[in-house]
Design a protein around this ligand. Sequence first.
Ligand code: GLC
Length: 739
Amino acid sequence: MNKFLPLAAISLVLAVSCAGPARKEVRSSDRVESLLSKMTLDEKVGQLVLFTSDWSVTGPSMRQGYIDDIRAGRCGNIFNAYTAEYTRKLQEIAVNETRLGIPLLFGYDVIHGFRTVFPINLGISASWDIDAVEESARIAAREAAAAGLHWTFSPMCDICVEPRWGRVSEGAGEDPLLGSRISAAMTRGYQGGDLSDPSTVLACIKHYAAYGAPQAGRDYNTVDMSERWLREFYLPPYKAAVDAGALSVMASFNELDGVPATANYHLMQEILRDEWGFQGFVVTDYTGINEMVCHGYAADEADAGRLAINAGIDMDMQSAAFFNYLKEQVESGAVSRKTLDRAVRRVLNVKEALGLFDDPFRYCSEEREASETLTDANKAFARKLASESMVLLKNDGVLPLVKGEKVAVIGSLAASRDDLLGTWRAAGEVDKVPASILDAIREYNGAANVVYAEGCKEQGDDRSGFAAALAAAKRAKKVVMVIGENCHWSGEAASRSDIRIPGVQSELLEKIAATGKPVAVVLLNGRPLDLSAESETAGAILEAWYPGTMGGYAAADVLYGEYNPSGKLSITFPRNLGQVPVYHYAKNTGRPYVHPEAKYESRYLDVPNEPLYAFGHGLSYTSFDYSDITLSRPIFAENGSLTASVTVTNTGAVAGTETVQLYIRDLVGSVTRPVKQLKDFARVTLGPGASETVTFTIGRETLSFWRQDMTFGPEPGDFKLFIGGASDAVKEAEFDYAE
Ligand code: GLC
């Protein structure tokens, strides 16, 4: 029996909630206001409580009794529970056994696929294929929604230049523009054009804000940066997701400028709502409220809860601070009824936008669950995206491999299916991974033409397998060595103080290379690594990240040239940890290193300033030539623009895809400006000998930045413009902007 008003009421919230640019606080429907007026204090607090089920626990604590809490109307939201059957079971308790029957909201970390697992997000971002990024989120949403889920804790929008941080694997790398395009695309993919469509899910912008800049790269550690640096380089991807219509935000664990994000009014109200017009709800991260006691920002959990809701937090993930103390705080006036009702209204608005008041069971469909997941189409897409995500870092000609040639495959990771799924694999299961990289090479090349030796594990110092690996190498024409990190060495709570290849894998690589056999290294890893040693010994290095369910076949597709690699790094790979942080939008300094023998310039004594592999770097099995840049005019004014064009030619023998990148440099500003900033990019696919002219438009928005007075806009002056296939391989031009 439907206890709520008819569908008409939903249109108001939908029309506003999922439209384009975010608007100010939305007025609720009559249905929501009517419901709110009937709710008791306990029932209102219940809507602000989010507890994990005991299906999978993604944080440090788990409380028993969540089903009793649902039945008592004191828990209105559950995460880490899925399948149509189980979500229906819990939903029936909420709808049929509580006084008002308000439907539950089911959330889960679907961040790079649900049952069909795509590459980790750092890999997906290396594809630079925004349409494919959006499609991956569409497929993930369809599979998740078919399993009873309404809400995914994604996109992860945290900019990061810190390879020690394990969660760099979950994001889109170092660049605010690429990160913004990706977070907006994922939001569109998840939410679609109609959030009540049972094949879409609510997106959640996380982890707001600047979680990706922990000091020393240690997870959960202190974040401190200027407001200008925050706005210029870290906030854009969050805002892009808000502008794309995302209706939930997750506060990050970290403090920022001394105030934990979980109670940071400047972030949660002044920027997120007052400036950006966000109108959804804000949820904490896992026990984020309680952790403010450890931060030294709250005296106790009750105080933490009060600080959080008064700063703009609407929902408490797993702290139980709202569950335990909020009712009394409202009764005592420590938290106003207006604040409480505002939070409840935001949550109810989203539940209505999802269509849950019209049909609480619209997402519980065993038929869809069976028909929508792990389809051949989903797997084919996953295979293509995985190939597109791979980055050819080096190739002296050892790749592509030639079918029928005897190849030795070495490394424990070559035979691993589990590691292909990476971290945060949602409902991805190893037994649904059809092939390891070794299996796929055997299928490609014929098992008789492949000899495998584990050689060593991806960690530890056991060298007992070295002899067999060397023997295998000597029997082959070429060697493929799959090395890197165990997939649990990145992700949450997985920071490393050393970013070199773990264990004795590199030692074995060196011995294998010493046999004189051509060696191609395939990397499985979740962070930029120090590959200085491997870049000297391997003939080719293919960065495969953790490529997902179809990653074994995708790697073989690239190794054998079935797919010509097109990936480009979305994050800089340093020569060593000593260079970190190193990124493409660096400042010039007052003593740039321009004279090789000079002493008093900004340099190292032991390594060059340049990273090992630059942002935007990625090779192909073909080659691309760039013409000089043609500008439509040498200067443009206020509301005008100019265009910059290059002709890209495929000068090789095979078709390939190139990501053409546009950077600019503002030579003089009211604050110092980066030597390069990515401002646009375009993917072009060209057959052998073919050419295409790529044209970018530069307007005042392109040149805008946070000026010394903290206003956002351009400044007149001289500019450099760069276009190329990597941030360190560009053609150059100059133009002026006049106001
Ligand atoms: C975790 C993560 C967050 C995730 C949440 C729920 O601690 O920080 O990314 O969405 O808890 O699993």
